[in-house]
Write a protein that binds this ligand. Structure first.
Ligand code: NDP
Length: 240
């Protein structure tokens, strides 16, 4: 019996690579997204992945969305909390709205989605949750107090929930990607990006597939002793 995986923000960027890699490995995949119907359709047509639209920042939508996935694909065994946004500005210029949007989506979304799948995982005595954090949650980044706070929160959330899941067969881990070549990074001004790449020992941006590889390692059925950890996949940037 193949396991069911939900990947939030699973229709493009890192999430798409995770969805595709899980599908190739035999998982039944539900890729969630927020509003970009065109990219979701492309993802569905190209890879044959079931796509589901809801806002992870909205608690009720998450419950409804997961119920729909369960009805179509079956109970959720694997959850990858990948959906994330940036609304960069220095604290001086950052608005309360920019703070709320990022914290509600990147951290609140993780809470909402874990709540939506948790009881089912407890009942079945099995679950794999992977939360996508960020190197900027570990190290901070100029102009990203909202994003760094939310991503740093992901790492604490992961360690706390891992303790609740450990005796119940549910593992909870995080991945902290470095800079990965996706739409999100394409929004960084070229002169800033040049300086960022210069600080990556591997000498290039990461590929979305390189994050998916880490997810596969963490969600494996035989990875039950691996919980509460953060896997840094960043081209060696953490060595600075
Ligand atoms: P992209 O911007 O390329 O894709 C984001 C995905 O998340 C899209 O599918 C988008 O849906 C979805 N999404 C955004 N907001 C919501 C929401 N409220 N509800 C549901 N889905 C939502 O991002 P990346 O692939 O670059 O990033 C993926 C994750 O990795 C994020 O959490 C990001 O913070 C993290 N990360 C990325 C790094 C990078 O260098 N790229 C580095 C470190 C961490 P839609 O298409 O509908 O907009």
């Amino acid at each position: 019996m193949s396991r069911v995986a939900v990947v939030t923000g699973g229709t493009r960027g890192i999430g798409e690579a995770i969805s595709v890699t899980l599908k190739k490995a035999g998982y039944k995949v539900a890729a969630n997204y927020a509003g970009n119907d065109e990219r979701a359709k492309q993802c569905a047509d190209k890879h044959g992945i079931a796509c589901f639209k809801w806002d992870v920042a909205d608690f009720d939508q998450c419950l409804k969305g997961v119920a729909e996935v369960v009805a179509k694909l079956g109970p959720v065994d694997v959850l990858v909390n990948n959906a994330g946004i940036t609304r960069d500005a220095t604290l001086k210029k950052q608005t309360r709205k920019q703070w709320d949007e990022v914290v509600d989506t990147n951290l609140g979304g993780c809470f909402n989605m874990c709540k939506a799948v948790w009881d089912g995982m407890l009942e079945r005595g099995f679950g794999r949750i992977v939360n996508i954090g960020s190197i900027n949650g570990q190290a901070g980044q100029y102009g990203q107090v909202n994003y760094a706070a939310a991503k740093s929160g992901i790492h604490g959330f992961t360690k706390a929930l891992a303790q609740e899941g450990a005796p119940k067969g549910i593992t909870v881990n995080a991945i902290a990607p470095g800079y990965i070549d996706t739409d999100m990074v394409a929004a960084v001004p070229p002169n800033v990006l040049e300086k960022i790449v210069a600080r990556i020992p591997v000498g290039r941006l990461g590929k979305a597939e390189e994050i998916a590889r880490g997810v596969m390692f963490l969600v494996a059925d035989d990875a039950g002793f691996l919980t509460g950890s953060t896997m840094s996949i960043n081209g060696g940037q953490h060595m600075y």
